[in-house]
Design a binder for this molecule. Structure first.
Ligand code: NAD
Length: 358
């Protein structure tokens, strides 16, 4: 029986998780998934209750679960705490503790929301791309690293480093994802300058032979950044390392106009995953029934697809979100002022998704 850990966290976390939880309960009944859930503490809420941003009990339960659904962490109340006692540390620790090496970030632009993007409608309308980013290796973690030397002459340095097994495991996630989509994979590197990415490219090519149906291409990261804003619809799945992925996935997110719409998944080799919206805890609107719960609801859909092997239930949620948007309902962050729009709060948006699921 699949077991899901729910971590509401801080700020708008409890509000968006309440709606996502209701959606999960509903598809659980409708598709007889047999899922059980348990609430645990993380972030500021955990600091207030236990003094730690990630209590041992939460990590143990998360490791023993099939998947974790997270709201968001952080807020001004905890901003003066030392770095490793801050709510955000809880998030970094759970990612590392669960060995979540693959970050999947879809950037999907519903045609109804095309005017929310800063790019021209015809460039982005219907955009549906997935960025697969390696999350626990590369230059963010490579040794040696540091700042050394005499004042005035100091040198700062980091090491960009990937082993063949590390490249292969993220590659497999990306090829598998491409197989389930339009079978196009673009691997992003800087193989004209960086040896680490020469190896990256070699391993991707080798893996490509195991996936003959997937059309594999390579692109230098500078060109990829340009192509993302020039003609983003040319991409289906992109795979890249930690640093390039960090930058490109934020750029791709912005193409869609609203951060309140974007889910994400972080997976380990057992396909155990942590699912969360891309946005933070939005303390400026917390407790006011203004938050958009759709990114968290769509994170439930990703969880059903990637960790619970329930593609029909996942699709049902996506369809429900689409039909709610098509009916004109908007939370404030995605309202464009177009005629036919009706502004609703977090609770009512969740309610509408439930209704659409019926
Ligand atoms: P944020 O994403 O919380 O908010 C940025 C802006 O987007 C705000 O104006 C906010 O109101 C709006 N927004 C975000 N999510 C929304 C939603 N679902 N519906 C409607 N509007 C939404 O980023 P920030 O303001 O830089 O950070 C606030 C706090 O969140 C900080 O403490 C930060 O450390 C934390 N944070 C947490 C995570 C996480 O938990 N994964 C990620 C980023 C930031």
């Amino acid at each position: 029986m699949p077991n899901i850990i729910l971590l509401s966290g801080d700020g708008i976390g409890p509000e968006i998780m309440a709606e996502a939880g209701r959606v999960l309960d509903r598809v659980n009944q409708q598709h007889a998934l047999g899922v059980s859930t348990e609430q645990c503490l993380i972030g500021g809420a955990a600091i207030d209750a236990t003094g730690e941003p990630l209590p041992e009990e939460t990590l143990t339960k998360a490791k023993n679960s099939d998947a974790v659904l997270l709201g968001a962490v952080g807020g001004p109340k905890w901003d003066s705490l030392p770095m490793d006692k801050r709510p955000e540390k809880g998030l970094l620790k759970i990612r590392a503790g669960m060995d979540l090496f693959a970050n999947l970030r879809p950037a999907l632009l519903y045609p109804e929301l095309a005017s929310a993007s800063t790019l021209k409608e015809e460039v982005v309308s219907g955009l549906d791309l997935l960025i697969v980013r390696e999350l626990i290796g590369g230059i963010y973690f490579g040794e040696p690293r540091g700042i050394e030397g005499e004042p005035g002459q100091r040198v700062g340095y980091n090491t960009d480093r990937y082993s063949e097994p590390e490249i292969e495991r993220i590659g497999r996630i990306a090829f598998d994802a491409a197989m389930a989509r339009d079978k196009k994979l673009c691997s992003v590197d800087k193989a004209n300058v960086l040896e680490v990415t020469v190896l990256w490219r070699e391993v991707m090519d080798r893996l490509g032979q195991e996936y003959p149906e997937v059309e594999l291409s390579h692109m230098y990261v500078d060109n990829a950044a340009m192509q993302l804003v020039r003609a983003p619809k040319q991409f289906d799945v992109m795979v890249t390392g930690n640093l390039f992925g960090d930058i490109l996935s934020d750029a791709a997110a912005m193409l869609t106009g609203s951060i309140g719409m974007l889910p994400s998944a972080s997976l380990n080799s057992q396909k155990q995953g942590l699912y969360e919206p891309c946005h933070g805890s939005a303390p400026d609107i917390a407790g006011q029934d203004l938050a958009n719960p759709l990114a968290t609801i769509l994170s439930v859909s990703m969880m059903l697809l990637h960790s619970l092997n329930a593609p029909k239930a996942a699709q049902a949620i996506e369809d429900a979100v689409k039909s709610v948007l098509a009916s004109g309902l908007r939370t404030k962050d995605i309202a464009t002022g177009a005629s036919g729009e009706q502004i609703v709060g977090c609770r009512a948006m969740g309610e509408a998704v439930l209704k659409a699921l019926n």
